[in-house]
Write a protein that binds this ligand. Structure first.
Ligand code: BYC
Length: 311
């Protein structure tokens, strides 16, 4: 028997059926290891998760220009100055590719930058620490860019294709950044004075633990990891990446002749990996909540650059 209600229900049922079909197509593509393009349908939560991660990543690149930028005018030689200038410019370029990738998800660059300037957006905790000496510039290249590469190479296979494509170029440039940092430190350690070697060790002591925090909280305290792994946004977990970074860095420290500031750092034969001492997660939480050594200074520098560049 025909009723008027049937007429109004039919489009709703058809829409619900279409939503289920789209979700199934999306899940199948993700399960098969496929990629999602900007114009493809995606669940709202997937879009928001990507926007959160990519915009935070973009902010990290441009805020990350500040600690090293401080040393451009004080680099020890013309060669080191030219290398550092190129590196800092590269970081600005990474920010631009990443803002462009994030914009494909429907939020404008102005909106993302407003969130940064108003303190509503996060950027990597690591850039809230000061660069006290020239050795800090080398250590940022070695440890910070080294950690970034470890974290970012798997992002070249991120299920969201515009992000994955941006990451391919970024990773190539980050590899060069890591090598230049290591090379600067090797020069100081092998050809420098005792004071310069001490400077390198002091910088390693200050940057080691914050570098380990770059990978994010432990897996069992990472609220976003489960879904991001399910959706192929993150391919390797925070703890696993941290472990791989430590394993790769220990032999490099040996060649360099520096000591990593963790008395509990030991090789675990059974796990074929290193065990490490406890990370100060209270410090991490304080820094990402805005109370690190340089949070206020970094944000003020970004806001000033924005205001002074306004038309
Ligand atoms: N700093 O559930 P979780 C560079 C936040 S730039 C600040 O594990 P997720 C470079 C996290 O956002 C390097 N916040 O989150 C540039 C979340 O908060 P919300 C930047 C952090 O997203 C210049 C909460 O803690 N790299 O290479 O699954 C010069 C819970 O965490 C941090 C990227 O951005 C942190 N360290 O995993 C030199 C890479 N860790 O958003 C070098 C892309 C966690 O819920 N991003 N949080 O409020 C990622 O891979 C992931 O977003 C993370 C975190 C591994 C960082």
């Amino acid at each position: 028997m025909y009723t008027q209600a049937m007429d109004t229900m039919a489009p709703i049922q058809a829409q619900a059926g279409e939503d289920v079909a789209r979700q199934q197509r999306f899940d199948q593509r993700i399960d098969a290891g496929g990629f999602i393009e900007a114009k493809d349908w995606m669940p709202e939560h997937y879009r928001k998760t990507l926007l959160r991660q990519i915009s935070q990543h973009a902010h990290s690149e441009i805020v990350g220009m500040l600690p090293e930028g401080n040393w451009i005018s004080r680099a020890p030689t013309l060669k080191r100055k030219a290398i550092l200038l190129a590196k800092v410019q590269d970081e600005g370029g990474h920010g631009l590719y990443l803002y462009a990738a994030a914009e494909t998800l429907g939020t404008s660059r102005d909106q993302m930058l407003a969130a940064l300037h108003e303190g509503r957006a996060k950027y990597s905790s690591i850039f809230n620490y000061p660069t006290l000496t020239w050795a800090d510039v080398g250590v940022i290249g070695w440890l910070v860019d080294g950690a970034a590469i470890m974290n970012q190479v798997p992002l070249c296979r991120c299920s969201y294709a515009p992000y994955a494509r941006a990451m391919v170029r970024i990773c190539r440039e980050e590899s060069f950044h890591q090598r230049q940092g290591y090379d600067a430190l090797l020069t100081m350690m092998q050809q420098g004075s005792a004071a310069q070697r001490e400077m390198v060790q002091d910088a390693v002591d200050r940057w080691w633990w914050p570098s380990l925090m770059m990978f994010g909280p432990p897996d069992d305290q990472s609220p976003n990891s489960a879904l991001s792994m399910r959706w192929g946004i993150k391919r390797i977990s925070n703890d696993e990446l941290r472990r791989k970074f430590i394993d790769a860095t220990v032999p490099q420290a040996k060649v360099l002749g520096v000591t990593l500031p963790d008395p509990e750092l030991t090789w675990n034969e059974a796990r074929q990996s290193h065990d490490h001492g406890p990370i100060d997660w209270d410090e991490f939480r304080r820094v990402i909540a805005g109370d690190g050594p340089c949070n206020r200074e970094r944000l003020a520098a970004r806001v000033r650059a924005w205001d002074e560049g306004a038309w």
